[in-house]
Design a protein around this ligand. Sequence first.
Ligand code: HEM
Length: 115
Amino acid sequence: MLSGHPAKMPPPDVDRNEMESKGLAVTSTLTSWVGPWGISYSANITSDDSGIGTWSEDQFLFAIRNGKLKGLPGSRMLLPPMPWQAFRNLTDDELKAMFAYLKSRKRTKMVGKIF
Ligand code: HEM
């Protein structure tokens, strides 16, 4: 529901050989991804303050266009498989519509629930 990887869920237990043959492995929650770069945990992008609740529209456009965490110039690059290199080609209106949709969704905090 867009709230990212559950904070208390243990790291994915991945078969390294399978991961290397496929190039990438993902947990059944689709919230943690393992590949040659390490592990990425899907971010909370609900309208909660722990998600994109406090973001400005400009921050969202900056995050997608430049691949920067939290849409802040000094932050680290977004990790794979977040496809920002493709999404950066969307128009301003398309990105603004996506941001408006995310802002309209209910707030969901990151929780420790194990699925
Ligand atoms: C319209 C679709 C999508 C939107 C609007 C979106 C939006 C975002 C945003 C704004 C962030 C940054 C969150 C932050 O800085 O706190 C993010 C991170 C992330 N997204 Fe997406 N995303 C989308 C699709 C996807 C897809 C298809 C995948 C996986 C196949 C994905 C995987 C991730 C991951 C793993 C992160 C965390 C990256 C990191 O920690 O560096 N996203 N997404």
